[in-house]
Structures are given as structure tokens and as C-alpha cells.
Design a protein around this ligand. Structure first.
Ligand code: MLT
Length: 232
């Protein structure tokens, strides 16, 4: 099992990738599916989102943590939850700064699960039930820098997987594992991206994104399909 603290680090080939963008892309994906969105496609630039928009589609995304002009919603789990009814049976095109890149990279290489603290338990139950052990956990980071909250989420996953029959952990996996018992509130307090979201008044997203295992969804896309649907 390999953990990558950034998607920019040369990622090996694995059958499954677990992509983490705790704040906030993979939390957004889990939330949208939990309120009944049909599926989520990921793009990494807004023009592409406008291009592939069909009927019954919502454009969701951010630049500099704010809603993209012309989009329906920002990359905001709490905003999605508040407008839950609007998401039922909708196709979602998601465009974010860092999460999109990690998700697209992973999905070009293997089956991809979008994970966050929000859907941690559901993801673990899926991985364990299917006895999946060829896993690359990719943390999205922020603009090429490692993100505390992503490595923490990886650690929370690894603390459970380390009790399974998985024989190899790379060095980053052991580093992440050592963070698993730090209180969530500490990570929220110290992470750079948390502080940025707090400063611009997005406290509701912070509180929600650190609510571990609130949602029972496993957003998964077949390799190369870029179509995240829930397995639960
Ligand atoms: C990203 O993909 O860069 C993040 O999800 C940014 C954010 O909206 O907080």
C-alpha cells in the first residue's frame, strides 16, 4: 500500500486509488452523492465544464475557494447540504483547483475512490469487504504543497488498514499513520487551508468536513470513466 502526499510525486501503478481532498473536493463529491446526485464528472478547467454541460446538470466548483462565475454552486459541502433537494437526480460537473487534478490523474491510472473524513467508514468497509490491497492513496495537497488535513485523513484510513492483512506500507504511509490519533480539532486549527476557509467565512464547511463518517457513500469511478457514482 502506497501513500502519496502529493499527486505531483511520481505515482506508481495500482489497481485502486483512494483520492483525498479533505478541504473540500472529495467532501463535496461525497455530499452531492449522499443527497441523491446521479453521478459526478470531474474537470480541471471551467471552460471544459461549460462545454460538457448537458440538461439536468449542475456545475459545481471553485477558484481561490470561491464559486466560479456562471457556475451553479461553489465547491461547498455545507451549501450542497443546504440545497439538497436541488441535487436529487442531477448530473454534476465538478471543477476544483487541486482535487480535480488528483482525481483525474488517479482515474487515468486505475479504479478511483473519492474519499474524505465525511465518508471514511464507508470507504474502509468497501475496501475491507472487497479485500482490496493494491491501493495508492493520493493526497491532493494545495498548489504543490502537502496539506495537513489530507495526510491526517490518509492516517485515519491507514490506522484501520494497518490492522488488515496488508504486508507493505511505504514510508509516507507510516508517516501518515502516526498522525491518526491527533484530535480532529487540532488539525482543523493548524491546517493552512482551514485557516483560509475560516478567514473567508466558510466555517460551516470546516465543521462539516471534519465530521468523520457522517455520510454513508463510496464515490467510485471505473478506470478512465471519470464518472463517480456511489456504491452504497
Ligand atoms: C481544491 O480542489 O483546491 C479545494 O477543494 C479547494 C477548496 O475549495 O477548498
Amino acid at each position: 500500500l502506497y501513500t502519496y502526499f502529493l499527486p505531483e510525486i511520481s505515482v506508481e501503478t495500482h489497481k485502486y486509488y483512494v483520492v483525498i481532498d479533505t478541504l473540500r473536493a472529495t467532501s463535496t463529491i461525497a455530499t452531492a452523492l449522499s443527497v441523491g446526485a446521479e453521478y459526478i464528472s470531474v474537470v480541471d478547467n471551467p471552460d471544459e465544464a461549460f462545454k460538457i454541460k448537458e440538461d439536468n446538470t449542475l456545475l459545481v466548483g471553485e477558484r481561490n475557494a470561491m464559486k466560479i462565475s456562471g457556475f451553479d454552486y461553489s465547491n461547498s459541502p455545507s451549501e450542497i447540504l443546504k440545497n439538497a433537494a436541488h441535487f436529487k437526480d442531477k448530473k454534476i460537473v465538478l471543477c476544483t483547483t487541486n482535487g480535480s487534478k488528483a482525481l483525474l490523474l488517479a482515474n487515468s491510472k486505475g479504479i478511483t475512490i473519492a474519499t474524505s473524513l465525511l465518508n471514511l467508514k464507508a470507504t474502509l468497509q468497501y475496501l475491507i469487504a472487497k479485500k482490496i490491497d493494491d491501493i495508492g492513496i493520493i493526497c491532493s495537497g494545495t498548489d504543490g504543497r502537502v496539506s495537513l488535513e489530507d495526510v491526517f485523513t490518509a492516517g485515519r484510513i491507514l490506522s484501520v488498514l494497518s490492522k488488515q492483512d496488508i504486508t507493505y506500507f511505504n514510508d509516507e504511509s507510516y508517516i501518515a499513520l502516526n498522525m491518526a490519533n491527533i484530535p480532529h480539532t487540532r488539525i482543523m486549527q493548524y491546517s493552512t487551508h482551514s485557516q483560509k476557509l475560516k478567514k473567508i467565512g466558510l466555517d460551516k464547511d470546516l465543521t462539516m468536513c471534519f465530521n468523520e463518517s457522517l455520510l454513508n457513500v463510496v464515490p467510485i469511478s471505473k478506470m478512465g470513466k471519470n464518472c463517480f457514482k456511489s456504491k452504497i
